[in-house]
Design a binder for this molecule. Structure first.
Ligand SMILES: Cc1ncc(COP(=O)(O)O)c(C=O)c1O
Length: 356
């Protein structure tokens, strides 16, 4: 039987919410009323056979690539799925970072791939280490999968390390899939997409996590034109066309992207100050601190993290994502960028639960 579900997504949809919800990964929802658009600008149907041209151009401009390299998809979720589906056949070998975003593994398993993990070690600050990839790389490796920024830790991988990973991939004729859904949370000197590092790189992204526009499901893949064409053709089997009103709204979002990002940045920055203060005071937990990103991955130094999170929820009305979804059961992930008052109170309640 193939893998046909995601335990994490099921939990996230049905069980993650709480009065003090720190089980988030993206910023607060951007309200429709603040998008400068009127109903007259919208239309139900339009010319979006293999991409709506103005949206293709907007994504291409943002990423500094040719529109022929852009494949639109429903969020980074569908972008990851479509990219992997285009690249992989059943039995193909895929290397995925650990800890990782569970959906990357679930999608690869669903496609019948054989998944091997490579470690991002806590003692190394979760840095991506090409030597760990080399340890598991084989001539049969088809794809190396990673996130940048890293989910769950928000650790950033610099280009020189990505280039080394690209060289490893090239040595066996594989590709590197980089999920960059959190990359724009690097608010200063925002890095260019790793798509520019070489033809072996395939990148996925969307306007969800850092822009608060999840409902638009505006995602994309960047791939070399021949591969991008193959992805469009495969997408005919999945999604056919994107919803046109959403394509129109997405174009407006791209025209206002900086303001949309800045709005959320204020909350993320304020939350990070609270997080750093919390981490300095709490001896019961530890975490790798990062300058940017919307998530932090905390280790509970003593006790059972699952039981701790259960108590946190029932007695303190506060939620966080259990580390088991990332394959690390002594940890939990918390998210910034939604509401600083809620975040601060959530941290205060985590401190109370730790002290109890
Ligand atoms: C690494 C990563 N990729 C993709 C997604 C899903 O993104 P989207 O909402 O754009 O489908 C998430 C959501 O948590 C994520 O953490």
């Amino acid at each position: 039987m193939r893998h046909k579900h995601s335990d994490y997504m099921h939990w996230a949809k049905l069980h993650s919410s709480a009065r003090f919800n720190l089980a988030t990964s993206g910023v607060a929802a951007f309200p429709m009323r603040e998008l400068p658009v009127s109903i007259e600008q919208l239309e139900i149907n339009g010319d979006s056979a293999y991409g709506y041209a103005p949206l293709q151009q907007a994504i291409a401009d943002k990423c500094g690539v040719d529109p022929d390299c852009v494949v639109a998809a429903a969020g980074t979720s569908m972008a990851n799925h479509l990219a992997m589906a285009a690249l992989l056949d059943p039995g193909d070998e895929v290397l995925i970072e650990h800890p990782t975003y569970e959906l990357l593994t679930s999608a690869a398993l669903y496609l019948g791939a054989s998944v091997t993990t490579f470690a991002r070690k806590e003692q190394d600050g979760y840095a991506l280490d090409p030597a760990e990839i080399l340890r598991v790389l084989t001539p049969k490796t088809k794809l190396i999968v990673l996130t940048n920024l890293h989910n769950p830790t928000s650790v950033r991988t610099p280009d020189y390390v990505l280039l080394e990973v690209g060289d490893l991939a090239k040595s066996v004729g594989a590709h590197v899939l980089v999920d960059e859904v959190y990359l724009d949370a690097v608010y200063e000197n925002t890095p260019r997409t790793s798509f520019h590092l070489g033809p072996e790189f395939i990148v996925t992204n969307s306007l969800t996590k850092i822009y608060g526009l999840s409902g638009l499901r505006c995602g994309w893949i960047l791939a070399q034109p021949d591969l991008a064409r193959a992805m469009w053709r495969l997408n005919d089997l999945f999604e056919s066309n994107r919803a046109h009103p959403v394509e129109l709204l997405s174009v407006v979002a791209f025209q206002n992207l900086r303001a949309i990002r800045d709005r959320a940045r204020k909350i993320v920055d304020a939350d990070r100050i609270l997080l750093n203060d919390f981490l300095s005071r709490q001896i019961g937990v530890s975490a790798v601190r990062t300058e940017f990103g919307t998530t932090s991955f905390l280790r509970l130094k003593k006790g059972d993290a699952e039981r701790f999170l259960e108590r946190l929820r029932t007695e303190y009305e506060t939620s966080a994502v259990p580390g088991r979804f990332f394959g690390m059961s002594s940890h939990f992930r918390i998210g910034m960028g939604v509401d600083t008052e809620m975040f601060g109170e959530g941290l205060r309640r985590i401190a109370l639960a730790l002290a109890a």
